[in-house]
Design a protein around this ligand. Structure first.
Ligand code: HEC
Length: 136
């Protein structure tokens, strides 16, 4: 991966958006209260990567890999006249958060969660990765 290198056209080439480090914490903080297995509003669950890609009651695919403009989830969080459908009943996400979700979908909506995430990850820290205990 190339980070912060200028491309031939002079534009800065950014690192890809990370689902694990950047997108998941946004969803966790703003969406999972209403979209989890125990309480799946609209029949939609965001806590599991496979389910995140599966439609809820609307039947509309929430994430179309590589096509942000066709992704229902992105439409739901994009404000019109200062109001967005999701998060329901709350102010819209910050525009930088929406931009991250948009870029993540445009870049292919990949799951880059490390395999040992169950051990190192603690949801109570809202996306910060904890250092695993040293081997005894
Ligand atoms: C306070 C509860 C609440 C929160 C928070 C919330 N949602 Fe929802 N969501 C709902 C409800 C209820 C529905 C069902 C449709 C409706 O009533 O608008 C829904 C429906 C959806 C759907 C459509 C599912 C389908 O296919 O029918 C998507 C996508 C969605 N939410 C994404 C999100 C995202 C992304 C966030 C966080 C940015 C979020 N929601 C936060 C309550 C919530």
């Amino acid at each position: 991966m190339i980070v912060g290198v200028r491309g031939a056209d002079g534009a800065e080439t950014h690192a890809q958006v990370s689902f694990h480090r950047q997108v998941r914490p946004i969803l966790q903080a703003n969406c999972q209260g209403c979209h989890q297995p125990a309480k799946a509003k609209g029949g939609y669950v965001l806590t599991d990567f496979e389910k995140l890609l599966s439609p809820g009651e609307s039947g509309t695919p929430p994430v179309v890999s590589g096509r942000a403009a066709e992704s229902f989830l992105l439409k739901q969080i994009t404000p019109e006249d200062g109001k967005a459908e999701m998060p329901k009943g709350q102010p819209p996400l910050h525009e930088l958060e929406i931009e991250l979700v948009k870029r993540w979908i445009a870049e292919g909506a990949k799951d880059d969660t490390p395999p040992n995430t169950g051990l190192a990850y603690d949801t109570s820290t809202k996306g910060r990765v904890l250092t695993p205990p040293p081997p005894s």
